[in-house]
Ligand binder design. Structure first.
Ligand SMILES: Nc1ncnc2c1ncn2[C@@H]1O[C@H](COP(=O)(O)OP(=O)(O)O)[C@@H](O)[C@H]1O
Ligand SMILES: [Mg+2]
Length: 256
């Protein structure tokens, strides 16, 4: 079996784990992969038809409205370490290509199991503050690991803050691409699939909705780029930022 498992980790709430989980699911679905999302937060096991369905339960309903249903997309909810391990093994058995695990900020036994089954741990941060909290969490729960990559997710206060967030991650590997701060990302529970949402906004440049369409398109492009970088990372590659000085200069043919 060849399923890849990705666990989102942040030892602070509001770092963008759930947003990034949903976004990455859309990115991989667009590649034709079979995706399972595992809820390993305190909301796992909410009653989906009760007064307070979980974020991911709401999202999966909207995804179904966008025509992503089992076996292409599934939601799994786990409350114990045994459930995490058994559900991951069963998902692999069923032919799921990618398992994405959303975790709670408080790291307890189920979350430790979720980190244990991961091929790759992604730590998102929306500002330098979250990034600093994540660094402490990494020291406490992960230790030195090759299988961790950090993500600059949607810095609300602009490019300088994104640069600072990236710098705060220090020596840890950080995805070159970033997710923007965008409605298409924050409103996935309302709109479901980002690609679908973007397509629904499509209009010509002279129309009033064009700015909104462009913003969604920008976010959707970033999500797809991010999904490819994640796939690269899963295959053991790390993309270094390009400084313009290639180690393998392209030899130009002399033109006669
Ligand atoms: N890229 C983004 N663009 C817009 N809003 C975002 C983005 N990332 C996170 N948010 C917002 O930040 C808040 C926290 O994100 P969330 O994914 O719920 O964090 P976590 O799951 O780590 O607690 C949410 O209200 C969400 O809408
Ligand atoms: Mg969350």
């Amino acid at each position: 079996m060849s399923m890849h498992t990705i666990t989102f980790f942040a030892s602070k709430g509001g770092s963008g784990r759930t947003i990034a989980t949903m976004a990455l699911a859309s990115g991989f679905l667009a590649q034709g992969k079979r995706v399972a999302v595992m809820d390993c937060t305190d909301l796992a096991g909410s009653n989906p038809s009760g007064p307070h369905p979980s974020t991911l339960q709401n999202w999966i309903k909207q995804m179904a409205a966008c025509k992503f249903r089992p076996p292409r997309l599934e939601l799994i909810e786990c409350r114990t370490p045994e459930e995490v391990e058994d559900s991951a093994a069963a998902a692999d058995e069923r032919g799921i290509d990618i398992l994405l695990i959303d975790t709670a900020a408080r790291i307890r036994e189920p979350q430790i199991a979720a980190l244990g089954v991961a091929d790759l741990v992604i730590a998102p941060a929306i500002s330098p503050f979250e990034a600093r909290c994540i660094l402490d969490g990494i020291d406490e729960y992960l230790g030195p690991t090759e299988d961790l990559m950090c993500l600059v997710n949607g810095c609300r206060n602009g490019a300088a803050e994104a640069v600072e967030t990236r710098r705060t991650f220090g020596h840890h590997a950080v995805f070159p691409s970033e997710l923007p701060w965008a409605e298409a990302l924050s409103d996935q529970i309302l709109n479901g699939d980002i690609g679908h949402f973007t397509a629904s906004l499509a209009c010509r440049p002279d129309k009033p909705g064009f700015a909104r369409y462009r913003e969604a398109q920008f976010a959707w492009t970033a999500v797809q780029r991010f999904a490819f970088e994640v796939e690269f990372a899963l295959n053991g590659h790390r993309l270094e930022s390009f400084d313009g000085l290639s180690a393998y200069p392209i030899k130009r043919k002399a033109v006669a």
